[in-house]
Every structure is written in structure tokens, then in C-alpha cells.
Ligand binder design. Sequence first.
Ligand SMILES: *Cc1c(COP(=O)(O)O)cnc(C)c1O
Length: 230
Amino acid sequence: MIAENIHSVETRIQAACDRAGRSRSDVTLICVTKTMPVEDLQEAYDAGQRSFGENRVQEINDKFPQLPSDIQWHMIGHLQRNKVKYLMDKAVMIHSVDSASLAAAISKEAVKAGRVMDILLEVNAAGEESKFGLGYGDVLPLVKEISTLPGIHICGLMTVAPYTDDPETNRIFFKKLRELSVDIDRQSIDNVSMNILSMGMTGDFEVAIEEGATHIRVGTAIFGKRNYAI
Ligand SMILES: *Cc1c(COP(=O)(O)O)cnc(C)c1O
């Protein structure tokens, strides 16, 4: 079932790349595995997937030792400063940085661990009350503020667009995120690249690809509905 789902998601990714004149290799599929048992992750792994996304540190901690070591773990959820240290030997990237204090905590732990952590700044693209993330106008000042911190590399932007039945309604937000990343890139700030746009989920990943997503985060279309009760 999971392998079939991945196959159909892959077909849709390829079609969106074709429509946009982009290469499939320019888009990374992150399988969002939160709440899913390790057996399901192993199935996705066996179907060829290597990039997995989790939104809780505890879950990465639990699953990490039970699965192959060549998995690239992406932290995509809201992150508390005191939990940052647990990610240093596990995550390849943190998508959800939205404050100077969190960036400073990541910097400190990365230096301690002797590594550089790739980070994305999370933008609340639709200005939703219920969501984390920066307002558009707060992104560049934060980039400038944290760009000199050791142990982190700012690689781009991330957003969680509104939940919608009509993916077209999110196109404007993906467009705006891309424009913002181009604006920031033009500033040529040291230690800052804007190569990554992490946007698009089950409901809207094709539109996101058409608007320039380099990383899409897909859960439900691969693993089915999540049960948060367990
Ligand atoms: C859960 C989650 C996803 C995946 O959502 P689906 O709609 O199941 O594809 C993507 N990004 C983030 C940040 C998430 O928390």
C-alpha cells in the first residue's frame, strides 16, 4: 500500500515538474512520518525513500535507532530550545526556525557538536493566527541578525500553507515565498543561501512544485490519515 502510494505521488511529482519545465531531481520528496509506526517508515525506505520528516524531537529520538542510518531526517515542526541538542546527531536540517533565540540555541549546540546545521526560516505565509512562523517583513531582519552565528547555515525558507480543498488558493502564498527568497538572495549576505524552498503538502504539493518548491513534505498521501489519539 505504501509503495503504491509513493508510486502515485511520484507520478504526480513528475507531471508537475513537466508542467513547470523543471527537472525531477530539483525536487526532494520528504516523507512526513509523524505518528506513523517504524514498520511504515521501513516500508517507505524499502520503496526507495531516504528523506523523512518528523515534527517532534521525541519521535525522531525513538525512531532513529530503529531504522537504517542513511535516512536523512528533517525536523519540520515547532521546536523548543531545550530540545535542540537531541537533533545534533540525527537531523540534516531544521525547517522551522522562527526566532533569533531558537537560531542562537541551534548555533550553540551545533558548535558544541562540531557540526554545521542547515536551517530554514519558517514563514507564516497566510498570516494565520493558529500557525507558527514569521511575517514576511520579519524575515530579512532575522536573516541579517543570525547570519553571523557560527554552526548554522541559512539555506532558504519554509511555509505551511493553509489547509484547503482547492490547492489553487495557495498558489499566491507559494509565489510570495519564492519572491521573498529571491529578494533575500539578491542581498548576497555572507553565510546565507536561498537555494531551498520547503513548501507543499498532500493537498497542494503540485502547485508548490509549479511555483518553485525544492522540498515538498508529504504525509497523508503516502501513509494515509494520521491517528493522533495513539
Ligand atoms: C504533518 C505535516 C506535513 C504533512 O502533511 P500532509 O498533509 O499529511 O501531507 C507537512 N509539513 C508539516 C510541517 C507537517 O507538520
